[in-house]
Design a binder for this molecule. Sequence first.
Ligand code: GLN
Length: 249
Amino acid sequence: MCRHIAYLGEPVAPQDLLVHPPYALYRQSWAPRTQRHGTVNVDGFGLGWYADGDETPARYRRTGPIWADETFADLARVVRTRALLAAVRSATEGCAAGEGAAAPFAAERWLFSHNGAVAGWPGKLDGLAALLPPAELLELEAHSDSALLWALTLHRLRRGAGLDEALAGTVADVAAHTTGRLNLLLTDGTSVAATTWGDTLHHRALPGLGTVVASEPYDDDPGWTAVPDGSLLLTDGRGVTVRPLPSHY
Ligand code: GLN
């Protein structure tokens, strides 16, 4: 299982969230603390962020481990952003290698990540895939369960669904066809939505700054709150709401 994190709030340098904290995403790539499946997350990584005045995010992804990339260290130091989504990847069975399969997946103003695996991929999802227009299937960023989950989510977003509604729809669709672990994370730069479906998720308010939503706490601050399994989280960077997903297992 991969690890992912999103932030909304006052401008920060990504390194202050992703690298410097003692158990940050950077360290989670080789020593995650609460990961339930897999051991290390070295099959690629990605950072997506929003620059002030531009609603389309920038993205930097690579195939290898996050610690082996000097450009990431530079970017994480000099960028300032009010919204980011980052992930480190542990590829699961049957999913393509390479940069194209590393989160965040992106389109228009959205960034998306999936922490988990779909049981029976790809066969169990052929019925769902067939519901997508061929053009959207041809746009798949990679041959992976995560890329298809992103296409299903994007399909809803483009038709006007809210972030939370789009994620809940994807989880319900997949759950109707098969089982799996579906911790999803989505942002448009002003809100963040996330699901818990088989793995861990936490959120924390950073006083005077904003809100972090992450697979696991990046430090031992008591301000972290664990999100129960089967939940849908939504935040605008100030308040956080967590409610049960409509259907669970
Ligand atoms: N199944 C996805 C992939 O292979 C996500 C992996 C994960 O969460 N470990 O990319």
